[in-house]
Design a protein around this ligand. Structure first.
Ligand code: NDP
Length: 451
């Protein structure tokens, strides 16, 4: 069966792809299994050389990759270029990390004790549609650096950049079978990878709901899992913050990627004494976000991914007290305007992940109240704190139950620093040297030297 891949900004098909089933998935796992023994034996610096070559090929083909990602996801082209730049950096980083992932020697009686970092085997990588190439690279880089072979399953809606990346892997010289891409449904290809006895680990990014399915499915074979799931992050603005700076940044913390971002700070918590002033500044900054044609260099926000997703995002406005609704093209395309609502933390818009350009403005009374509200969510992925009081910033940062935080900034993701969630946002860390831990197993070896 073939399925059309659609440009969400035009609703026009841009490719027609054959969908893999269980049989094709099993064949990819078999190819990866056959490739594993030789691949794990490749000298570390040769693995590094291949990753470095892949990084260079991503750079050489960056405009093409950005165009693919922009057309398939509806991303503004300038943002897509930035994302492809990060993909190359990720492969450079893990190329450099290959021979720096050391074991230890541990003092024990009667001998020498040492640890080794062993690859896991075949790993299944399941990625979502919001940052297809980026998130794939966060998993591929460390998986390959550690000596695993890989079966990558992109989201059915956005498979094109992963297919191009697979070609670049072959061009870089990765041996046949080391990197495999299988295009098909999550409930077919994804589920088969999760349950397959020859897959040692699943690196998953997606919704918390499907994350639960992955955990359940992985239990059958005691598979390792890393789960990067949903979020409902808080942007906490204290009265002593640089309000103009915080308000200028806040829209980009929610409306980047049209709000289809697990790190979106979709709850804007504002100290009550400055709520009105901050709301005025925020409306002004939100009205300035340039929404429209992803191909235009000036565009900052494109459409949502699909018609059904637009319907789901719209449902969050039922009964909501809307503070601001921006402009968006009429269509074709799955457009949705930047929207600000007043809310309490008990409202649905503040409790569930909207995954669209909708932000809830929520007042708080004081520092303790801000911490209480920010933590009153099942999620714990990211967040920001805006204040001029450095001690308060660190106090609040330590108190928030979230894996990634920024002080006086929106930043969530950097190549060399760990990224991942607490609570129902998942577990395990990607990126940085921590990313290697999820794709290797510690083996302990004792060598008796006496007796
Ligand atoms: P989904 O959870 O629906 O899908 C994620 C991936 O899982 C897709 O490749 C999907 O395939 C696949 N999948 C679906 N069902 C199964 C299954 N039963 N077994 C195995 N795999 C399956 O999420 P979305 O793609 O809709 O992405 C949006 C969600 O992802 C949001 O909730 C967002 O917060 C979260 N996310 C989290 C991130 C993080 O780092 N924490 C980053 C990005 C997104 P297919 O789509 O082809 O059916």
């Amino acid at each position: 069966m073939t399925v059309a891949v659609v440009n969400p900004a035009t609703e026009e098909p841009i490719a027609e792809l054959e969908q893999a089933g269980v049989e094709e998935t099993d064949a990819a796992v078999a190819r990866a299994s056959r490739a594993f023994p030789a691949w794990r034996g490749v000298a570390p610096l040769d693995r590094a050389r291949l990753l470095r070559r892949l990084a260079s090929l991503v750079e050489d083909n960056s405009e093409e990759l950005a165009q693919i990602e922009s057309r398939n996801v509806g991303k503004p082209i300038a943002g897509a270029r930035g994302e492809v730049g990060m993909v190359a950096e990720v492969f450079h980083f893990y190329a450099g990390a290959v021979d720096k992932h050391h074991g230890q020697t541990i003092p024990v009686a009667g001998g020498v004790d040492m640890t080794f970092r062993e690859p896991l085997g075949v790993v299944g990588l399941i990625v979502p549609w919001n940052f297809p190439l980026n998130i794939a690279s966060w998993k591929l880089g460390p998986a390959l650096a550690c000596g695993n072979t890989v079966v990558l399953k992109p989201a059915e809606l956005t498979p094109l950049s992963a297919l191009r990346l697979a070609e670049l892997c072959l061009e870089a010289g990765f041996p046949e079978g080391v990197v495999n891409v299988v295009v098909g449904k999550g409930t077919v290809v994804g589920q088969r990878l999760v349950e397959h006895p020859d897959v040692a680990k699943i690196g998953f990014t997606g919704s918390t709901e499907v994350g639960r399915e992955v955990m359940r499915g992985a239990a059958g074979t005691i598979k390792r899992v890393t789960l990067e799931l949903g979020g409902k992050s808080a942007n906490v603005v204290f009265a002593d913050a640089d309000l103009e700076r915080a308000a200028a940044a806040a829209p980009y913390a929610v409306f980047d990627n049209a709000g289809q971002d697990c790190c979106a700070r979709s709850r804007i918590l504002v100290e009550a004494s400055v709520l009105d002033d901050f709301a005025d500044l925020l409306v002004k900054a939100t009205a300035a976000v340039k929404v429209g044609d992803p191909e235009s260099e000036a565009t900052e926000m494109g459409p949502l991914i699909s018609a059904s997703h637009r319907e789901s995002v719209g449902s969050f406005l039922d009964g909501a007290e809307v503070l601001f609704r921006g402009d968006a093209p009429d269509g074709p395309g799955y457009w949705f305007p930047c929207t600000l609502v007043h809310a309490s933390n008990d409202d649905r818009v503040a409790r569930e992940e909207v995954f669209g350009p909708v932000a809830a403005l929520i007042p708080f009374a004081d520092e303790a109240d801000a911490i209480r509200i920010a933590n009153d969510t099942p999620y714990g992925l990211s967040g920001s704190i805006w204040t001029r009081d450095g001690a308060r910033a660190l106090r609040v940062a330590r108190a928030l139950e979230t894996g990634v935080l920024a002080i006086n900034s929106n930043s969530s993701v950097r190549v060399s620093t760990p990224f991942g969630g607490m609570k129902q946002s998942g577990f395990g860390r990607e990126l940085g040297l921590h990313g290697l831990d999820g794709y290797s197993e510690v083996k302990n070896v004792y060598y008796a030297t006496e007796g």
